[in-house]
Design a binder for this molecule. Structure first.
Ligand code: IPE
Ligand code: IPE
Ligand code: MG
Length: 251
């Protein structure tokens, strides 16, 4: 949970809300599912771009807990695409030495995508430099509920004194406990909301919104987001003058 305080550091962790597949498809008379298929094509491109741009953590919001409310045919197609993506990409992830993680109530995914996901996570477990996290059946509110349940169980078992509860304890019970907070959150398609994505973890993130829909998102768009980020001054509660002094001392 280190603070990436200097304005001279590039982002280490980018979270992307991959939005706009449906509208991308509908704007050209295609079915929403074709849009999802095209959206999946963007993922390997962006994973590779992250390595080229030295971004060690990439978290992709792939399916929210609320997305189950979509028509059954769309949900089924999304689950099939998840399975296909994992089957096609695992070998590449291994070649790229990328470790795959998942956050969300993954246990509630259908058996087939869950099985390929487990396998992909197992075979990439040995890597520790590059991290790709898929948010699947993810909801920040569910994450808090799950963390609270496990903390309450520890209190009930006498393993944790409520007096010792602090943010560090809570953050160590979140799905994201092993990763740094996101420095930058990107959302495509023009929407400017978080839709239940990494609410706690993005407390001090920078936000970048682009009208580009996810199927059209390229490395150039990612570079634009990073350049926006690089021009922000992250103060974490301090003054701009304090940050300038720290930056001058670190040179
Ligand atoms: C994002 O695209 C993919 C998922 C949410 C799974 P959408 O399907 O939300 O696309 P729009 O927002 O309807 O255009
Ligand atoms: C958020 O997008 C979830 C993902 C990108 C996976 P949605 O399209 O589901 O969000 P809302 O419903 O427009 O807020
Ligand atoms: Mg959407």
């Amino acid at each position: 949970m280190t603070e990436n305080a200097s304005k001279y550091n590039g982002p280490d962790h980018i979270g992307i809300i991959m939005d706009g597949n449906g509208r991308w498809a509908q704007s050209q008379g295609l079915s929403r599912i074709k849009g999802h298929r095209q959206g999946v094509e963007t993922c390997p491109r962006i994973i590779e771009a992250c390595q080229e741009l030295d971004i060690h953590y990439l978290t992709l919001y792939a399916f929210s807990a609320e997305n189950w409310k979509r028509p059954e045919s769309e949900v089924n197609a999304l689950m099939e695409l998840l399975e296909l993506f994992l089957m096609n990409e695992t070998e590449t992830l291994v070649k790229q030495r990328v470790r795959l993680h998942a956050i969300g109530r993954v246990e509630d995914l259908p058996a087939r995508p869950r099985a390929v996901l487990k396998k992909a996570m197992d075979v990439t477990r040995k890597f520790d430099e590059w991290h790709l996290t898929l948010a699947l059946n993810y909801s920040s509110r569910n994450e808090i509920v799950d963390a609270t349940k496990s903390i309450a169980a520890k209190v009930a078992a006498g393993k944790l004194d409520p007096k010792d509860l602090d943010w560090e304890t809570i953050s160590n019970h979140l799905y994201t406990k092993e990763m740094p907070d996101p420095d930058l959150i990107v959302r495509t398609s023009g929407e400017t909301r978080l839709s239940n994505f990494l609410l706690m973890q993005s407390a001090y993130a920078e936000f970048y919104f682009t009208a580009t829909c996810w199927p059209d998102f390229t490395k150039t768009h990612l570079e634009e987001a990073i350049s926006y980020y690089n021009n922000r001054e992250r103060r974490f509660g301090r003054t701009g003058e304090q940050i300038d002094v720290e930056a001058s001392l670190s040179f």
